[in-house]
Ligand binder design. Structure first.
Ligand code: KIV
Length: 263
């Protein structure tokens, strides 16, 4: 997809929207070549690339650098960039500055977590011409308040609160919404009533699209296996084996061979 207008077109045509995260130019290029609809420069970059224990460690500096790299790798694709921890909670001016920096780095749109308490910011960003994607359910930037990474919206009250937030986000003008780790029935109900596409991660099969973290779908971390992730490759095995063969070849003086030596 080249623009966010294609999100609504896909939604209207009931064509599932395919998203993955990307953090660098190389994998963004692979995503574009594979026909992925849009890439998310998630604040999960803090965990996946920088090795932090949670997304609260993502900074604007990180998000800008990775957004620019992804844009260089996928010049024609919709690129959504996360507003990092608290960037949309410091008032309108700060939120506009942060979102503006991400757009200038190459983002087509920004994503922000939650609705309550920053409705004015969402409306102001949208009114300023910056497309906004919402994010509800498990909102990882609130991991300490949520008490860990767990399914959200299990009780009737919690489910109704998420549903009401989704309606509010749509009314404020978000062009799409990520629903993370909520019961499939809740995600299906929200998807059915929302005028904009709900993109699920750990939210069942009836959302308008799916998003996965790229290192998860490539199987790059053998120790991280949540049930909602399908591994499409044994990335860890492939990388490990290649590195071991390389080390063996160098130690046995099998690399470089004659054909690999520059004359
Ligand atoms: O940062 C991220 O990777 C995300 C996805 C989990 C949707 O927000």
């Amino acid at each position: 997809m080249k623009s966010i207008l294609e999100f609504s077109a896909a939604h209207a045509a009931r064509r599932p929207i395919v998203m993955t995260t990307a953090y660098d130019a190389l994998l963004a290029r692979h995503a574009a070549r594979a026909g992925i609809d849009a890439v998310l420069v998630g604040d999960s970059v803090a965990m996946v690339v920088h090795g932090f224990p949670s997304t609260v460690h993502a900074t604007m500096e990180m998000m800008v650098a990775h957004t620019a790299a992804v844009r260089r790798g996928a010049p024609d694709l919709v690129v959504v960039a996360d507003l990092p921890f608290l960037a949309h909670r410091r008032g309108r001016e700060a939120a506009v500055a942060a979102a503006g920096a991400l757009v200038q780095a190459g983002a087509t749109a920004v994503k922000l977590e939650g609705v309550a308490g920053h409705e004015d910011v969402i409306a102001h960003l949208v009114g300023s011409g910056i497309p906004v994607m919402g994010h509800l359910g498990l909102t990882p930037q609130s991991v300490h308040q949520l008490g860990g990474y767990r399914l959200q919206g299990r009780s009737a009250d919690e489910a109704e609160a998420i549903r009401a937030d989704a309606r509010r986000a749509a009314a404020l003008g978000v062009f799409a919404l990520v629903l993370e780790c909520v019961p499939a029935a809740l995600a299906a109900a929200i998807t059915a009533e929302l005028p904009v596409p709900a993109i699920g991660i750990g939210a069942g099969a009836e959302t308008a699209g799916q998003v996965l973290v790229i290192s998860d779908l490539l199987g790059l971390d053998p120790d991280f296996r949540p049930r909602f992730v399908r591994r499409y490759a044994d990335g860890a095995g492939v990388v490990q084996e290649a590195l071991e063969r390389y080390a063996r070849d160098v130690r046995a003086a099998h690399f470089p061979a004659a054909a690999e030596v520059l004359a």
